[in-house]
Design a protein around this ligand. Structure first.
Ligand code: ADP
Length: 260
C-alpha cells in the first residue's frame, strides 16, 4: 500500500464562517460569477450575513459585480479585511493585483500561494454563509480547494448546451470523489424572450440541465433566462437581485432558498 495515497488531507474550517457553499461550473462563460453574486445578494435579502470569496484568480469578476475596487486593509494580526458593498463581505485577487489591464503570468507555485492566501488569510466577520466563486473546470486549484476546506455543498451552473453539460458531469465526479455534497444544478441563459415580439428562443437548447439533473439524481434548482438586464446591471456593478421584489430578484430568491 502506498501510504501517501491513503492519507487524507485535513479539512480546515474557516474561522467566523458557519457554512461554505461553492458555486462552480464545468466551462467558463456560462454565468457562474453572475449567479454567485446574485445568489449572495438574494441570501443577504433573507437576512443572512453573507460573504463572497472570488477564487477565480485568472478572471476575477466579483470586484466589478459588486462595484468595488482598491486595496483591502489589513487587520491588526495581518489578515486581509474584506471589502464590503450591499452589506456583503467580499475578497478577490482582483483587489490584490497591480492593475486591471495588467494580467499576471501565473506560475504553478504562485497559483498555489495566492489560493492559500485567499482561503486562509481573510478576516471574515461573523458569516452565516460564504459563497465561493470557483475557477471554471476541474483543475488542480478546484481539487485542492475541495480537499482542504470543509465545504457544506456545491452549486453547479451550466447552460443546456451539450458541450457545457459534458463538463458538468466531470465536475460532479470530482466533487463526489472528495466528498463535497452537491446541492444542485442551476440552468443559466435558458431562454431569450424577444422584447419586440415576445418570441421565446432557447439559444443553448431546452431542458438540457433539467434532464441531466434527472439522469444524475441531483436536484434541479431553477432556470435563469438570458436577459439584457442581467448583463447590463452586472456591468454597472448593481446585480439584479438587489431589486428583490422584481421578477428576476424573486427568481434568484427562490434558488437561494434551496441553497441556505
Ligand atoms: P463565468 O463566471 O461562468 O465565466 P460570467 O458570470 O462572468 O460567467 O458571465 C459571462 C458573461 O455573460 C458576462 O458578460 C455576464 O454579464 C453575462 N451573463 C451571465 N448570465 C447572464 C444572463 N442570465 N443573461 C444575460 N447575460 C448573462
Amino acid at each position: 500500500i502506498n501510504r501517501q495515497n491513503t492519507k487524507l488531507p485535513v479539512k480546515h474550517v474557516l474561522p467566523n464562517v458557519k457554512k461554505v457553499v461553492l458555486v462552480s461550473s464545468g466551462k467558463g462563460g456560462v454565468g457562474k460569477s453572475t449567479v454567485a453574486a446574485n445568489l449572495a445578494i438574494a441570501l443577504r435579502n433573507s437576512n443572512l450575513n453573507v460573504g463572497v470569496l472570488d477564487a477565480d484568480i485568472f478572471g476575477p469578476s466579483i470586484p466589478k459585480l459588486f462595484n468595488l475596487k482598491g486595496e483591502p486593509r489589513l487587520s491588526n494580526d495581518g489578515k486581509l479585511l474584506p471589502m464590503i458593498n450591499y452589506g456583503i463581505q467580499t475578497m478577490s485577487m482582483g483587489y490584490l493585483l497591480p492593475s486591471e489591464d495588467n494580467p499576471v503570468v501565473w506560475r504553478g507555485a504562485m497559483v498555489q500561494k495566492a489560493t492559500q492566501q485567499l482561503l486562509f488569510d481573510v478576516a471574515w466577520s461573523n458569516l452565516d454563509l460564504l459563497i465561493v466563486d470557483m475557477p471554471p473546470g476541474t483543475g488542480d486549484v478546484q481539487l485542492t480547494m475541495s480537499q482542504v476546506l470543509k465545504i457544506d455543498g456545491a452549486v453547479i451552473v451550466s447552460t443546456s448546451q451539450d458541450l457545457a453539460l459534458l463538463d458538468v458531469k466531470k465536475g460532479i465526479a470530482m466533487f463526489q470523489k472528495v466528498n463535497v455534497p452537491i446541492i444542485g444544478l442551476v440552468e443559466n441563459m435558458s431562454v431569450f424572450v424577444c422584447p419586440n415580439c415576445n418570441h421565446e428562443e432557447h439559444l443553448f437548447g431546452q431542458d438540457g440541465v433539467l434532464n441531466q439533473s434527472d439522469r444524475l439524481g441531483i436536484e434541479f434548482l431553477g432556470s435563469i433566462p438570458l436577459n439584457r438586464q442581467i448583463c447590463n446591471s452586472s456591468d454597472e456593478g448593481f446585480p439584479v437581485a438587489l431589486d428583490k421584489d422584481s421578477k428576476l430578484g424573486t427568481l434568484y430568491g427562490s434558488i437561494a432558498s434551496k441553497v441556505k
